[in-house]
Design a protein around this ligand. Structure first.
Ligand SMILES: NC(=O)c1ccc[n+]([C@@H]2O[C@H](COP(=O)([O-])OP(=O)(O)OC[C@H]3O[C@@H](n4cnc5c(N)ncnc54)[C@H](OP(=O)(O)O)[C@@H]3O)[C@@H](O)[C@H]2O)c1
Length: 264
């Protein structure tokens, strides 16, 4: 190990996970980059190792599967490599009426967004607690704050991530471990094409770059915050949504996300 301590970053092959990996490499972290697309991970690992003088390894794993999740632990802590930072950024969404979405994709999304985040967080917390050191950054979404028609299972999956992470933030700090939840709004990544939806231009929401989101997330982690919503306008709608009956923002979300789905 050459750098500041080992970080495992899931979803590192693109978007927010990649941006987090880039910033962690610049701050001298050794990295293990996890996703399914091996050639993208390999290219990024080589680039980051060369540019920053760190060690960067890759792990090709499908985190929708128990075997993929098990491999992340087995090849790190299980192989005697203490992980100081876990970043759970792998995730995807599905836009559209729930009954029209392919059920296997909905269940795969829940395996990734909910089960993988919960399982990796749980497994790595054990070692961090024993060492009384470590940190976990879980990527949720602004969708975590509201039931979202036409994004129903995705928003519910991110509500789980926020609730789970915030609760563990309180538990883990007793053990010298930080758990922080990063809640981005619209961010310019592959997320929208994977979700089958239009980009931010089709909504009233502001859009950020993955690097700006990563910067805010790592700053929140450094400050040991429970969670952070990345854009001030998103913080404003979330706060104002608490001042009116809950059906009001839910109906607004329905009006917005019923129109963002890309035609097939
Ligand atoms: N972009 C936004 O507007 C936005 C807003 C709020 C929250 N988020 C959240 O931010 C996180 C990152 O998304 P992104 O915006 O950066 O989208 P992205 O560019 O599509 O990145 C998603 C990442 O997840 C990985 N992934 C997908 N399925 C996987 C699987 N089965 N096993 C392992 N890795 C898998 C992808 O890699 P492979 O395909 O190579 O496996 C990729 O690295 C997600 O949790 C998303 O919900 C995004």
């Amino acid at each position: 190990m050459t750098g500041e301590g080992l970080a495992v970053v899931t979803g590192a092959s693109s978007g927010i996970g990649e941006a987090l990996a880039r910033r962690l490499a610049e701050s001298d972290r050794d990295l293990i980059l996890v996703a399914r697309t091996g050639h993208r991970l390999a290219r990024l690992a080589e680039e980051l190792a060369k540019a920053n003088g760190i060690e960067a390894g890759i792990l090709v794993a499908d985190l929708e599967t128990p075997e993929g999740r098990e491999a992340v632990f087995a090849e790190t802590e299980g192989a005697g490599k203490a992980v100081e930072l876990l970043v759970n950024a792998a995730g995807f969404g599905l836009n559209g009426p729930e009954v029209e979405l392919p059920l296997d994709r909905v269940l795969g999304m829940l395996q990734l967004n909910v089960v993988a985040t919960a399982e990796l967080t749980h497994r790595f917390l054990v070692g961090m607690r024993a060492r009384r050191a470590g940190a976990i950054l879980n990527v949720a979404s602004t969708a975590a704050f509201l039931p979202m028609p036409y994004f129903a299972a995705y928003a519910a999956s991110k509500a789980f991530v926020l609730s789970f992470s915030h609760a563990l933030h309180e538990e883990a700090k007793q053990d010298g471990v930080t758990v922080t939840c990063l809640c981005p709004g619209y961010t310019k990544t592959n997320f929208h094409s994977v979700a089958g939806m239009r980009g931010a231009e089709a909504t009233p929401f502001p859009e950020m770059t993955p690097d700006a989101v990563a910067k805010i997330g790592l700053e929140a982690l450094r400050k040991k915050k429970a969670y952070v919503v990345t854009h001030p306008l998103d913080r404003a709608w979330i706060a104002s949504g608490c001042l009116v009956p809950r059906w009001v923002p839910v109906k607004l979300a329905a009006a917005i996300f019923s129109r963002t789905r890309l035609p097939k």
